[in-house]
Design a protein around this ligand. Structure first.
Ligand code: SF4
Length: 757
């Protein structure tokens, strides 16, 4: 499998030609987004050569790479094993970052995590070796920082099983966070079916100065776009201000774009990216990008008249940008720092903070750390120490080693800070916090990207605010939520007033990065002899058995396991929280199936009636009873069934527990597609009012399966307990190929079958 510079050469080799074809097909100049997407697909055109893709239609794209984080990689790779492939079709990597909790500091935390998660790591390492994936060990770094340092390239396209995959947009890549099922498709050689996005243009003018940082660009934009404003769009940054921001600063902006709902965010190739590529030992990549500069930016006509080509244009002047804090509980509640004094008083928020945290995948570049350390250094020289716990999470071992050599770590240490493992830690809630009890109202500041209630410390009473690493560092020394380092001073031990100087720091290390040489385990050339480590007694990892193929008959005598009332999201179908531990064990995680769904017959949550004995039990128990007795079942839902996270467990679990069909008023698209992939019948009421006809004690037949064809309705017959019956038509959106998934038992069964023939 080709990788590295050859992979880039391959992508670039057809880029110009594909852009030319796309210009012709669209009949106009192209945005950068359109250029990168067009370079990763054969663009479908009609008889007149006009582009067949348009906003909201779906297109088949072929990404260059896949990256998986340890929590989502488990089920994705268990499924990939079923495809019968010898190796992944595109370069792919696994990153062990989410399962390490922060407690006592980098070393002890890492050792404890390795001990606690050994079976998961062993599985991920051996499955990676068998199928040709790179395996980044626990402690090597956070997925997005490691990708930026090693794999991202201008004009490339990647997918990742994590929401903040867009981080690689800082190096000019279209990088999209997707669910495990889509990752399995791409690793198995299939295209990514992506909704063609609209494009929002963000023009940056001026230059950042003083306390204003790249983070403030995205915090300001969050206030403008809000948490929904980017949905189904790619955000494209341009303008002279964009060129003035470092590549890692661009990464920060692109990373947090996930919070306004954008498909991803992207910057055009420029000198900052060249500097970063060369500093991370990828000079040959920079040479190639330099040779294709015109292809790695939007067409000049787009920049000359942006409102003609972008769906929306936002302008931000970096020269007048104030440092911001966003929060609490949502990232789009943006406050310029100078307004915090009034806002804190007005809202009754605690004026004193209890912790300050910097780092994470969003903000742990050399530049971020250096600028934060410059402030800590100035405060130390004035005799000050951090007033509250000050936690620093480096994004990778490369950053960790480099800041250790260059002294920033020693500065944090002297200031009373604690350097944590190179992992997600507090950012994903892996924070065993002992200083504040659950239920106690308090405020924290972080340079992370999410601040939902309870996200960091599981305490719903914690008010989390997000700011730049510089702002958060200054607040660690002041201990106050309303501290504006440009205006306020801190009393030193000798009674003087200390005011922070403007932060300063190198964009890249003068002596170069100290590269982590041990973090990556490369796969052997031939992994066929590697056996995948799965302890048969493990409660966290279990190999998957293929789902059974369709028996060629109509479904008859099925029971209604569950009829959901109102919202039934993927969280209601497969709850998160403590259940995440079982993400690699389908049978164990299936014990949460539908436990969040509201029973339309009783209004109770998570439980229903077993028609085997009339008892009321939790849905998974009822389903297991039906499965053991050989009784098929269906589930019924209302509008937009399966909205929310794209996790494939919500489709696999009902299938595993013996479900045959999901019949709803309407589906959320990704969930519907996941059901098809798992061989479940996703059906919608042709007449939405027929939802009301379904009764708790019904026997259900689904008739017409032998003639199942695209666009062909099926018939549902309900036999009610009183002997009466109802029949009505139901729709499906399965294509010919997806009908084959159903017949084979799942998409992967079909792939495996084709592989053998
Ligand atoms: S550091 Fe936070 S945002 Fe980044 S990948 Fe980890 S959990 Fe996600």
């Amino acid at each position: 499998m080709i990788d590295g510079v050859e992979l880039i050469q391959k992508t670039y080799s057809t880029m110009k030609e594909r852009h030319e074809a796309a210009r012709k097909a669209f009949g106009r100049p192209l945005t950068l987004t359109e250029k990168i997407l067009a370079a990763h697909m054969p663009l479908p055109v009609d008889e007149d050569g006009k582009a067949l893709v348009r906003k909201k239609s779906y297109a088949n794209l072929f990404p260059d790479r896949v990256a998986l984080q340890d929590a989502t990689a488990q089920m994705a790779l268990l499924q990939f094993m079923q495809a019968g492939k010898k190796e992944v079709a595109v370069p792919s990597t696994v990153h062990c970052d989410h399962l390490i909790s922060a407690q006592k500091g980098a070393k002890p935390d890492l050792l404890r995590a390795i001990d606690e998660n050994q079976e998961v790591y062993d599985f991920l390492q051996t499955v990676s070796q068998k199928y040709g994936l790179g395996f980044w060990k626990p402690g090597a770094g956070i997925i997005h920082q490691v990708v930026l340092e090693n794999y991202a390239f201008p004009g490339g396209m990647m997918i990742g099983t994590d929401s903040h995959t867009p981080n690689a947009g800082g190096l000019g890549m279209v990088a999209i966070g997707i669910g495990g099922a889509d990752a399995v498709d791409v690793m198995a050689g299939f295209p990514l079916n992506l909704r063609w996005p609209g494009v929002i243009g963000v023009k940056l003018t001026g230059t950042l100065s003083g306390f204003a940082a790249a983070k403030d660009v995205i915090l300001k934009l969050m206030g403008i776009l809000t948490v929904k404003g980017g949905t189904n769009h790619i955000v494209e940054f341009f303008g002279p201000g964009a060129a003035s921001i470092s590549a890692t600063g661009k990464g920060t902006i692109a990373n947090m774009g996930a919070e306004h709902g954008a498909t991803t965010s992207v910057f055009a190739y420029d000198a900052s990216m060249e500097r970063y590529l060369r500093a991370t030992n990828r000079g040959a990549w920079a040479d190639l990008a330099n040779a294709h500069k015109a292809e790695l930016a939007a067409d000049p006509e787009v920049y000359a008249d942006p409102s003609k080509f972008y769906d929306q244009v936002v302008e931000i002047d970096l020269s007048s940008l104030d440092p911001h804090l966003v929060g609490p509980h949502t990232p789009d509640l943006a406050h310029p720092v100078q307004t915090m004094k009034d806002t804190v008083a007005k809202e009754g928020w605690p004026a004193e903070i209890t912790s300050a945290l910097i780092g994470s995948c969003t903000n742990s570049s050399y530049e971020d750390v250096s600028r934060a350390a410059s402030l800590a250094d100035a405060a130390l020289k004035a005799g000050l120490k951090a007033k509250v716990p000050f936690l620093i999470t480096p994004g990778s071992e490369t950053i960790h080693l480099t800041i250790q050599r260059d002294g920033q770590m020693a500065t944090f240490d002297k200031a009373g800070g604690s350097v944590l493992a190179n992992a997600c830690g507090p950012c994903i809630g892996q924070w065993d916090r002992e200083d504040v009890k659950k239920g106690v109202k308090n405020a924290i500041v972080t340079s992370f990207n999410r601040n939902f209630r309870g996200r960091q410390d599981s305490n719903p009473e914690t008010l989390a605010f997000i700011g730049s690493p510089e702002q958060v560092t200054a607040m660690a020394f002041s201990g106050r939520l309303d501290f504006d380092p440009r205006r306020d001073s801190i009393k030193t031990p000798d009674g003087k007033d200390f005011k922070f100087p403007a932060p300063s720091g190198d964009e890249l290390p003068k002596q170069g990065f100290l590269v982590d040489k041990d973090g990556l385990i490369r796969p052997p050339a031939d992994g066929s002899k590697v056996s995948v480590a799965v302890d048969p007694k493990s409660k966290r990892i279990a190999l998957l058995a293929p789902f059974t193929a369709w028996d060629g008959k109509d479904i008859t005598g099925a029971r209604v396991l569950m009829k959901a009332k109102g919202k039934c999201t993927t969280d209601h179908i497969s709850a998160a929280g403590k259940w995440l531990t079982f993400r690699g064990h389908l049978d164990n995680i299936a014990n949460n199936t539908f436990i969040g769904a509201t029973n339309a017959f009783s209004d109770k949550i998570g439980e229903g009636k077993s028609l085997l004995d009339g008892s009321t039990k939790s849905y998974p128990d009822v389903a297991r009873g039906y499965k053991a007795a050989g009784v098929p079942w269906i589930a019924v839902g209302d509008e937009n069934y399966g909205e929310g996270s794209s996790r494939e467990h919500a489709a696999m679990q009902p299938r595993h527990l013996g479900g045959k069909a999901i019949l709803v008023r309407s589906f959320a698209r990704i969930h519907e597609s996941n059901l098809k992939k798992q061989g479940m019948l996703p059906l919608t009421f042709a007449n939405p009012a027929d939802y009301d006809k379904v009764k708790e004690d019904d026997l259900v037949d689904i008739v017409g399966l032998a003639a199942l064809a695209p666009g062909q309705q099926l018939t549902v017959k309900l036999t009610h307990a009183d002997g009466t019956s109802d029949s009505f038509p139901v729709n499906h959106t399965m294509s010919g190929e997806q009908i084959e998934y159903f017949k084979a038992g799942s998409a992967l069964n079909l792939v495996a079958k084709q592989q053998k023939s």
